[in-house]
Design a protein around this ligand. Structure first.
Ligand code: RB5
Length: 142
């Protein structure tokens, strides 16, 4: 199960990604927002982060205007490694090296075509489990 959320700045892109998840038969939980009416990104970042940290959802996707605020908010939740990615190379590395459990993107930075490729890459890439990466992630947790 994928948790997905956005603020108003990310709403339109979230809808595109939800459409993609539906088409791919990927289960998701859309925690909002549900319109372009102005709202505050921290609450959506926190809600998706809590679903992932609790294990209720395996991974998360967060979108705001830049992806910056919502990723900062998500990373305040223990156990969350939210990676802000605007290219497929970073999305792949975020999974292989950092075992990122949330993908954050900025809807005012990239278009829907690239965003969906990034989602595909993020969801399809496994953590490498290399000792050095496991060690570094443990250091973050400490
Ligand atoms: C909202 O205008 C905007 O500040 C927000 O979507 C995001 O870019 C914050 O980091």
């Amino acid at each position: 199960m994928i948790a997905i959320g956005s603020d108003h700045g990310g709403y339109a892109l979230k809808e595109e990604i939800v459409k993609y998840l539906k088409e791919q038969n990927i289960d998701y939980k859309d925690i909002g927002c549900y319109s372009e009416e102005s709202c505050d990104y921290p609450q959506y970042g926190k809600a998706v982060a809590q679903l992932v940290a609790s294990g209720e959802c395996e991974k998360g996707i967060l979108i705001c205007g830049t992806g910056i605020g919502i990723s900062i908010a998500a990373n305040k939740v223990k156990g969350i490694r939210a990676a802000l990615c605007h290219d497929c190379f970073s999305a792949q590395a975020a999974r292989e090296h950092n075992n990122a459990n949330i993908l954050a993107m900025g809807a005012r930075v990239i278009g829907p075509g690239l965003a969906i490729k990034i989602v595909e890459t993020f969801l399809a890439t496994d953590f490498s489990n290399d000792e050095r990466h496991v060690r570094r992630i443990s250091q973050i947790e400490e």
